[in-house]
Design a protein around this ligand. Sequence first.
Ligand SMILES: [Zn+2]
Length: 205
Amino acid sequence: MSNAHGEHLSFGVGAEGRRGCIEVVCGSMFSGKTEELLRRVKRARFARQRVLLFKPRIDNRYDDVKVVSHEGIKAEATAVSSSSELASFVDLERPGNDAHVVGIDEAQFFDDAIIDVVERFANAGLRVICAGLDQDFRGKPFGPMAALMSIAEYVTKLHAVCTRCGAVACRSQRLVGTEGQLFVGGAADYEPRCRRCFVPGVVDG
Ligand SMILES: [Zn+2]
């Protein structure tokens, strides 16, 4: 059973053992992805499930050891440099010993091997929640997010509000000039735009 928001609520131990799954929470900047990840994490912890939270080390926007949302909601997270380092924190020989739930913030910045790691976690019975940008500043699929969405049981696509026209926004407009897809911006560097107002791949302040 799941709810309408793509969250796997029946997670737990059944007669046939613990059932894993993959959930993806995606959207543009300012769509509330991290808040949604942290909401799910908080509820799992309230149910006394062990949760491990990870984030890529590349994201040093605010601080190194916490998943930090734009609204300042915080949770402890382990910063890792690669998907293999992330995998080293979870012992799949004893699923549930280290974690029942694995949360990954800013999943778009991970290498493609994260797809296999997430699949192995879910196959071993873990609930894996990946949050990240589905599109880069060109409006193209961002890193491993498209593949993660395709193998996930549940996908939640969140939206922001277009800063130009007030419509539903699904894209992140870059406002400052920086090379490369991996550029990590803060609140001042991007704004959410709708399909019509979005100018792909250029700085449009
Ligand atoms: Zn617009």
